[in-house]
Design a protein around this ligand. Sequence first.
Ligand SMILES: [Fe+2]
Length: 463
Amino acid sequence: MTSKIQTLRILLSIGLVVTCRFAEAHDGHTPIAVKPAEVYKPSAIPDRVVLTWKSDPRTTQSVTWRTNTEVQHGYAQITAAPDGPIDLKQVLQAEAKTQKLTTDINEAHFHSADFVDLKPDAKYAYRVGDGVNWSEWFHFKTAPAKQEPFSFIYFGDAQNDIKSQWSRVIREAYSDAPKARFMLHAGDLINRAEADAEWGEWFHAGSFLHATLSCVAVPGNHEQAKAEDGTRRLSHHWRPQFAFPEDGPVGLEETCYTFEYLNMRIIALNSNEKIEEQAKWLNSVLAKNKSPWVVCTFHHPVFSTAKDRDNAALRQTWKPILDTYRVDLVLQGHDHTYGRTGLETPSMLPETVGNVSSGENQVDRTTGTVYVVSVSGPKMYNLQPSSVMKRVAEDTQLYQIIHVDGDNLRYEAKTAAGNLYDAFTLRKQVGKINELIEGSDLMEPRVRPVITTKEAIGSGVVK
Ligand SMILES: [Fe+2]
């Protein structure tokens, strides 16, 4: 018996008439969801290929990938990217370190290889495999030795519907800034720390982009899993699948680290644990820093943008250090809304700020640091009104492109559809805090209308 076909005409809101054919389930033709264990089953063919730095981006590059456990040895081959076909006689090969990861749905080997002694500002082609089963050749470029303008991309939480809906954000970001030098993820890349299928979705969404642009990431609370003793610890996936620096406090390897890219120091902090230890380390890193630009990234925001959220401990412990060293930009996530401060953020707790808004104390309020909270995935929270935020958004998936050109830093936040939502330029000034020049030609604010309780009856929206 043939299945019955219904033809429906659907009028979409944009006025487009689409004819759809829906197959009714009959006689064993019911679609069946493919199980995650099958979708994300590792094979001898490399997948989940991701570039990172463990040290100097001018001369090193690390790559990590996954196979099944039958692959005992992994190799990474590299050559100067040729203008024509790859000449295998010109290829150098590094052997990877291999470690086994047992997940909720499979067992896999994760392989990690380091390319060293590379030339600065050079394009390389590389592939990974077991000697027989290889990935395609990917390209990457090392950081230049001399100053030149560069860009990078920043994402807030991806976390939910990663394959289905975060994919369009990372792909839109790449199409907007294909020459960006790295992609920075401020935590909550996935929702369930030990769910291998979610990590599979993250790699699927980014696909070859993860293998082409270096990844910089910090863990959010969703990369923390519950241990048997009830405490929370880093996902078992994190360290096998990323190769980040190990220069942070003991116990926070690859989650708290720093590196320099041209004239910018990036400081990645793990806001889930050991806050006091990281404060001491942060202070020592900033005391030694010689880079004109300093960007810090961590997951939990110093100034929350979501309703009924606050991270007072971070504000008390880390913010005074950020203030002292006049860190330029702090990139955060966690609140599933958007918020961006000006230069004037309270240099003390908000509950005591009310008395210091004028006169000499005004100086105390001008810290020169811009704080950003953003979200790239589709999970959305209610906004919390805040006097420190210059620009906010609800119900908006965003990516940010940050351009650094000498003494100028241009920041652009764009929506999932690629529209400019927020923009500003920071300009270095000798002996003063940065000048902040607000951007123009921005979209209308995307904030839900304020509805009183009485009006909200029936709508379910109350602020
Ligand atoms: Fe979070």
